[in-house]
Design a protein around this ligand. Structure first.
Ligand SMILES: [Fe+2]
Length: 265
């Protein structure tokens, strides 16, 4: 029975507990080789043709908020990734059936890129309700190993109510209680409670290979969230046009879950 198969593929109780307690969950090899083989050339194009640079908020016209010529979710593999069936099921298990897409970023990080200091990525909502979840799906298309570098997380830190950059002065230093995720097969996904502190560390033995990294985030409905892209309305409209939710997730691309864009820097 299809329904049974879908139920069987949902997160189990141990995974739900792990996410609630620790604030993260690793889904090794979530993405098929077929999908990865479509995504990697899309990421290359996104970077090499300057589309990524043009998509960054600071490069967008501050008056017209005109989107770049192509948005990530218009790349077919990225559109599929955004609403990947198993990912949607996992998100529904974590947040309930009503959640909204927040943003999608795609990058091919250079082997010699510096680490990213400790931070979290939780965006505010207009009810200032910290119980509403925001979840980031971090997709490592080529996996993680000593040639790519690692992700470190600080389990339980999602319960602290502090600013995104409260630990930035620590750089990428090792912290007591941290968990280092440094070995993942290709196509693995890490689900983060967006309020969880985490850091990106470079390859330990110097530049190795690029990190193909796509992150997408989703928010529980129940308040209006702050958008991070000036052209967020066009982005959601395009997702609806492309029917990326296949008619299954009515809140996923709904404008009403957002406040107006305001430049933060
Ligand atoms: Fe982050």
């Amino acid at each position: 029975m299809p329904l049974f198969l879908e139920e069987r593929e949902a997160l189990d109780a141990a995974q739900l507990d792990q996410f609630a307690e620790s604030g993260y969950l690793v889904l090794p090899g979530l993405l098929s080789e077929t999908l990865r083989n479509r995504l990697v050339p899309e990421v290359d194009r996104w970077v090499d043709e300057g589309l990524r640079a043009r998509s960054i908020a600071s490069c967008v016209d501050p008056v017209t908020h005109e989107p770049p010529p192509v948005m990530e979710l218009e790349l077919p593999g990225h559109g599929e990734l955004l609403t990947h069936r198993l990912l949607m099921r996992a998100l529904a298990d974590l947040m309930g059936p009503s959640f909204v897409f927040h943003h999608l970023h795609s990058d091919r990080q250079s082997p010699d890129i510096a680490g990213k200091p400790w931070h979290h990525d939780y965006e505010p909502n207009d009810r200032a309700d910290p119980s509403l979840l925001m979840v980031h799906a971090l997709h490592y298309l080529g996996g993680l190993d000593k040639t790519v570098g690692s992700l470190a997380v600080l389990p339980g830190s999602h319960r602290e109510s502090v600013g995104k950059t409260a630990l930035v002065h620590l750089g990428t230093a090792g912290l007591p209680g941290e968990v280092v995720i440094d070995r993942l097969p290709a196509g693995s996904t890490v689900l983060l409670n967006s309020a969880l502190f985490h850091t990106r560390r470079p390859a330990p033995d110097g530049p190795g290979r690029p990190r193909y990294f796509v992150d997408a985030s989703y928010c529980q409905v129940g308040a209006r969230w702050r958008p991070v892209k000036p052209y967020w309305r066009q982005m959601l409209a395009r997702a609806r046009e492309l029917n990326l939710d296949h008619g299954r997730w009515p809140e996923l691309f709904a404008d009403r879950h957002f406040t107006e864009y305001t430049r933060t820097t």
